[in-house]
Design a protein around this ligand. Structure first.
Ligand SMILES: Nc1ncnc2c1ncn2[C@H]1C[C@H](O)[C@@H](COP(=O)(O)OP(=O)(O)O)O1
Ligand SMILES: [Mg+2]
Length: 194
């Protein structure tokens, strides 16, 4: 089944909530024809469908916790296969959130050739998320949940970056600047891929 994905180019996009992952991924899609898969967006779509699984996910996400590993991975894999014929590569945004998720992804799908580490300061992320919360309608863009998501990010996701640094595929992108400045560095990292 994952034969279709055998030679797929995979980029993990990792960074804290509000660091700018989604914003940068959109620009990569426009310039490079990659498929952008945000684990959070996939999960929110499931919640929006009103399914029983969606209701369970909704409660977990509102608490700022991580959704069970297999659920997210299955959704990502399905979405990747659906795009296999038209995609130049995949941006996996917001996944892996913890080292174990990365290991499972590689077992079931394949290895990433690059990890884009979108890096912003905690205070920058909080203020961007509070602002996004004014219009996003996201149940987790409120002060209390933002705090929990940040704590969890530092605890669970930073080890992911260390894990892939060991393989030499991490490119750290300073995300404090303006969107286009950040993107010029993202583009350099992608252009360096072969
Ligand atoms: N470089 C930048 N400068 C200013 N605002 C930015 C920015 N990158 C993203 N934003 C804004 C857009 C969103 O309202 C908010 C969070 O960005 P996002 O792309 O949704 O983050 P993420 O997907 O990492 O949670 O911050
Ligand atoms: Mg996002």
């Amino acid at each position: 089944m994952s034969d279709k994905l055998k030679d797929a180019k995979i980029i993990f996009v990792v960074g804290g909530p509000g660091s700018g992952k989604g914003t940068q991924c959109e620009k990569v899609v426009a310039k490079y024809g990659y498929t952008h898969l945000s684990s959070g967006d996939l999960l929110r779509a499931e919640v929006g469908s009103g399914s029983e699984r969606g209701k369970q996910l909704s409660a977990i996400m509102q608490r700022g916790e991580l959704v069970p590993l297999d659920t997210v991975l299955d959704m990502i894999k399905e979405a990747m296969i659906a795009k296999a014929d038209v995609s130049k590569g995949y941006l996996i945004d917001g996944y892996p959130r913890e080292v174990k998720q990365g290991e499972e992804f590689e077992k079931k799908i394949g290895a990433p050739s690059l990890l884009l580490y979108i890096d912003a300061k905690a205070e920058t992320m909080v203020s961007r998320l509070m602002k996004r919360g004014e219009t996003s309608g996201r149940a987790d863009d409120n002060e209390e949940t933002i705090k929990k998501r940040l704590d969890l990010y530092y605890k669970a996701t930073e080890p992911v970056i260390a894990f892939y640094e060991g393989r030499g595929i991490v490119r750290k992108i300073d995300s404090e600047g303006a969107v286009d400045v950040v993107f010029s560095n993202v583009a350099k990292a992608i252009d360096g891929l072969k």
